[in-house]
Design a protein. Structure first.
Lengths: 500, 428
């Protein structure tokens, strides 16, 4: 079943499968296959995360119900319940019996997508990538804006991180997922250095394998020396980290593709503007292309060959088996720059690739599972599957539609964003009544639980709030007590109309 | 009447230290905000040797005791500012110097201190400035002309400047890690000591078999205690810890408070991460910047029962003009509030209570607010048993107002510092 299904899922021609990317596409979809069947998929996958100890004591359940689930693996599952335990999806099915104490989010009339993955960004977690775990600011407004834009995971420098609001634990999913290498025809020394490093590392690997094979029989053999072997390039050849290049010109792209094929690794190429002219080469090399479809550059007038940017770039690369990642031009939240070109517009950027012919499923993959693969976290995020992290977006329409808003964002089975409850977009096409009504008094910090039943007890008139010791004979006017609390907002109703 | 004159005499040159102090005096006030026991109407406060001997409603006054009849006034404990640099130089360090004490930079002859008394501030905590760990704060009484006379307590708290970065986190871990290392070393040294001694003794007196048990019991107990054997011959003297380790040892033993200065909600989470499972109590200094996001972690702070040292300010929810009363939010969540003046200037102290009044007008319980400028601040500095409330045995630091202390327009009429009138005139 797998080849035909894969074609359906990824919209790939068979040639692409046979050529470059077979290994990497097959691996996740083998898992995906368990989900193709809309029958209840079960499996207790809690505590499955890397290095996280199992918490046996406390089970936290979270469920999105009545959801039209766009899994990101190619299927649309209507009216589903997505159930998660301790942040990991355990069930995607209908008629799910919800465990006691589960937090439930009704997504009736809305669509559920996997959380988006921004392959690189800056500022969303407030910290520096070098020591993200020690500097992350999980309360920064940038993180809220990131979640409002649907981003739940991102690469920062060479760290793969999660937008965990209000928490500093488990923010870093993976360290050193990529190594940036230089290869440029305009600066030939970079080519030479790179090839030297690769040669050295490859030789070391060969010698090491030989040593491994023979050391049992011949105990006098010495382990080959790692001296003069570039450790980051070695890590690339061992498949521990991705090799990342910056290249736009056809010559550079061809060069990188050939080097990659010769030494057997899959390059990640940022830019890739002229990739459409050498898409076959890149496809054979199993390359990842990180594109900004709205970038424009003219072809060099001095050259006769095809060049410059093309609106079809993403579509052509995809059709040749290149795995396409899409990222807007500005990698940070930029409210003062060119509107719609900052990190808050991943789906809009992907739309421009669709405009050039990229299938919608591939466009969604380009901002979810494909970047997750580059970050090396595709076993945890990027699609909605049992066993993966419960990072979901509840949206009021098609992900790629310009009018669609993220209504709720869920990260690790916790609702971390609610459009109505936040400052930024609550007033635009509100689900119910506007929540940003003018304030008449100072916030006393009473929290309104969106899931709580409406408060029924009316404010008692003339009664002071409890005080430890009522003071007799207090002068009128002393220590004026505040008026009793009134519920701030009417409780929200799950689900409003979708895009009308 | 003699005694009364003596009081008035003593009031003239502020606190010379040499002025004669009346032994006993009774003060009748319209109302006393005791802080510890609520408000008492028509209170009588009996003062002897600068301490409050008793306080209560319409207490009978023994004949012969001079009485100050101040029925029109409201008495309150002298204000305590736990966090000030008044009268000190500005300097900034960025070093790990827990052994430094602000006492060493105290310059008593500053006229600002006398002015503070006029505003009702009778106790000051002077903190060491700078980032990282700048040192320990000192508790002083404003007024006297020498540092020795100003001193109330040498060690108020250790100041720890903490921000979300690996350096701060490492500093926390290292500081307490060194205490662990010291304790471990001491434990071994003590075991060795015990072994050596008990070995001899068992040879001398075999029948006494109780000894080893006792020893293990003491080992498990307080490590620093000196231990004597039955005859008192040999005593184990623990090695003196390094001067940079000792403050943290004291903190873990509950002998010294730690005041951690943080700047945003994330800092608190990182601080908790650095502290880890260690049982450690600390208080927090939080600057009330305009859009501070501290409400995000109020629950966690409340669970830890932190004292929060903050200015009486109304802040805004970030990105909005929505006002928040953080003091009230923290108090509701279980934290204890300590207020300091909005600005560390004379004017800040002058308008201090008025600013606190604004917070009360916006919902903070009055008792919490009054406590936050007196007893809670004293407890933060470890002098809560000695001052900060109108209770018997406590220092007679009393401010007399001509009305409600939190009401705008109320003035300080007189200030008493340890039984002596140091500002104002007391009507007879």
């Amino acid at each position: 079943m797998s080849v035909s299904m894969l074609r359906k899922v990824f919209g790939l021609p068979a040639s692409a499968l046979v050529l470059g990317s077979l290994g990497l596409i097959l691996a996740p979809s083998a898992r995906a296959a368990t989900l193709q069947d809309p029958a209840p998929a079960e499996g207790d996958a809690s505590g499955d995360k890397d290095g996280e100890p199992k918490k046996e004591a406390k089970e936290e359940w979270f469920a999105v119900t009545n959801a039209d689930v766009f899994t990101g693996t190619g299927s649309l599952l209507r009216g589903m319940t997505v159930l998660a335990k301790n942040g990991v999806i355990t069930k995607i099915a209908t008629d799910v019996e919800l465990p006691e104490g589960a937090t439930v989010l009704d997504a009736k009339g809305m669509r559920v997508y996997p959380g988006l993955v921004a392959i690189s960004s800056s500022g969303l977690l407030g910290g520096s990538s070098a020591e993200l775990e020690d500097t992350v600011d999980p309360f920064s407004s940038r993180m809220v804006l990131g979640l409002a834009s649907g981003i739940t995971s991102t690469g920062i420098g060479s760290v793969a991180a999660k937008l965990k609001r209000g928490e500093i634990k488990g923010v870093v999913m993976r360290d050193k997922f990529s190594t940036t290498l230089s290869y440029s025809t305009s600066n030939p020394s970079t080519k030479r250095t790179l090839v030297e490093k690769l040669d050295g590392a490859a030789r070391y690997l060969r010698e090491f394998r030989e040593y491994e094979a023979k050391k049992a029989s011949n105990k006098e053999l010495k382990e080959p020396s790692k001296k003069d072997v570039d450790s980051s390039v070695l890590a690339v050849l061992k498949g521990e980290t991705m090799a990342r290049f910056n290249a736009d010109s056809r010559e550079d792209l061809i060069g990188i593709a050939r080097v990659a094929q010769k030494y057997g690794f899959r390059p990640v190429i940022d830019g890739c503007a002229e990739g459409w002219t050498v898409a076959d080469e890149l496809g054979r090399a199993g390359a990842f292309a990180v594109l900004t479809p709205r970038n424009r550059s003219d072809k060099s007038e001095a050259l006769v060959r095809a060049g410059g940017t093309s609106i079809e770039n993403a579509a052509i690369l995809h059709s040749r088996g290149v795995q396409v990642v899409i990222i807007p031009a500005t990698r940070s939240v930029d409210l003062g720059g060119i509107a719609g070109r900052d990190i808050m517009h991943l789906p809009i950027e992907a739309d421009f690739a669709v405009r050039g012919g990229l299938p919608e499923s591939a466009a969604i993959a380009a901002i979810t599972i494909v970047p997750a693969r580059v970050l090396g976290v595709d076993h945890r995020v990027g699609t909605i599957e049992v066993g993966k992290d419960c990072d979901l977006l509840v949206m009021d329409g098609d992900l790629l539609h310009y009018q669609t808003f993220v209504q709720y964002a869920i990260v690790d089975g916790k609702q971390v964003y609610d459009k109505e409850a936040e400052l930024w977009f609550g007033h635009i096409r509100p689900r119910t009544t506007p929540s940003m009504a003018p304030e008449t008094r100072v916030d006393t910090g009473e929290e309104v639980d969106p899931n709580a039943p409406p408060k029924v007890d009316p404010p008692k008139e003339g009664e002071k709030p409890d005080e430890e010791k009522p003071v007799e004979g207090e002068k009128p006017g002393d220590g004026e007590t505040p008026p009793p609390e009134t519920p701030k907002d009417p409780p929200k109703e799950g689900g409003g109309g979708s895009d009308g | 009447m003699k005694t009364l004159n003596a009081i008035l005499l003593a009031s003239l040159p502020a606190l010379g230290g040499a002025a004669a102090v009346p032994d006993v005096v009774a003060i009748k006030v319209g109302r006393a905000e005791t802080i510890s026991h609520g408000a008492i109407e028509h209170a009588v406060i009996l003062i002897e040797d600068g301490k409050i001997v008793s306080i209560g409603q319409d207490l009978p006054i023994e004949r012969g005791i001079p009485v100050l009849d101040l029925e029109a006034w409201v008495a309150m404990p002298g204000l305590v500012n736990a966090y000030s640099r008044i009268g000190l130089d500005s300097r900034a360090g960025d070093e790990f110097d827990p052994q430094v004490s602000t006492y060493d930079e105290l310059y008593a002859d500053d006229s600002d201190y006398d002015k503070l008394l006029e505003y009702g501030v009778t106790t000051l905590g002077l903190y060491p400035p700078g980032r990282a760990v700048p040192g320990r704060a000192v508790v002083v009484r404003p007024g006297p002309d020498t540092a020795e006379e100003m001193l109330v307590a040498r060690e108020a708290y250790l100041k720890f400047y903490f921000r979300s970065d690996s350096r701060s986190k490492k500093m926390v871990k290292d500081a307490f890690g060194k205490v662990d290392a010291y304790n471990e070393k001491e434990k071994k040294a003590r075991e060795k000591f015990d072994k050596d001694n008990s070995g001899k003794k068992t040879e001398e007196k075999k029948p006494e078999e109780k000894k080893p048990e006792e020893k293990t019991a003491t080992q498990d107990g307080e490590k620093k205690d000196e231990k004597k054997d039955e005859k008192g011959k040999k005593t184990y003297v623990p090695a003196e810890p390094d001067e940079k380790v000792k403050p943290f040892l004291d903190i873990l033993n509950g002998k010294l408070n730690m005041l951690v200065s943080i700047g945003q909600a994330a800092d608190f989470l990182h601080l908790m991460d650095a502290v880890g499972e260690r049982k450690l109590s600390f208080d927090l200094r939080i600057p009330m910047t305009r859009e501070i996001d501290m409400y995000e972690v109020k629950k966690q702070m409340g669970e830890r029962k932190c004292r929060i040292l903050m200015e009486p300010e109304i802040t805004l929810t970030p990105g909005t003009m929505r006002m928040r009363n953080l003091a009230q939010e923290f108090a509701t969540a279980g934290s204890k509030i300590v207020f300091l003046p909005r600005g560390d200037t004379l004017n800040g102290h002058k308008t201090w209570l008025r600013n606190v009044g604004e917070i009360v007008a916006n919902g903070l319980p009055r008792e919490t607010a009054l406590r936050a400028v007196t007893l809670e601040a004293a407890e933060l500095m470890g002098v809560g048993a000695r001052l900060g409330s109108l209770e018997k045995t406590k220092d007679a630091n009393i401010v007399f107002y001509n009305g409600d202390p939190l009401e705008a327009g109320t003035s300080v009429m007189a200030v008493m510092l340890e039984g002596r009138i140091v500002f104002g005139e007391v009507p007879q």
